[in-house]
Write a protein that binds this ligand. Structure first.
Ligand SMILES: [Zn+2]
Length: 87
């Protein structure tokens, strides 16, 4: 499902909790999706659907958020996507 998107290279997405991380094994979109899974499991609202205000400052972050949201929307919403991920 995520394979239809080319990875965004040379850029690390910013999460509101901290500075940009150097997590080279994952793409920005993977990182956002992983953060979404973690948020849902901890009963927090996912940042994907309530992005930080700082997002407006970075076009690449905006793209990563949009792609990650699209993946979840294509799966039929967050509940269905979580079921799909948990398999
Ligand atoms: Zn950015």
């Amino acid at each position: 499902m995520a394979e239809q998107w080319p990875p965004i290279t040379g850029h690390i997405v910013g999460l509101p909790a901290g500075p940009h991380r150097t997590l080279r094994l994952m793409t920005d979109v993977d990182l956002l999706l992983a953060a979404t899974i973690a948020a849902v499991r901890m009963n927090r609202s996912p940042i994907l659907f309530g992005p930080p205000a700082s997002l407006a400052e970075c076009v690449q972050c905006q793209k990563a958020y949009a792609r990650a949201r699209k993946i979840i929307e294509d799966a039929g919403g967050i509940a269905k996507w979580m079921e799909w991920v948990a398999r």
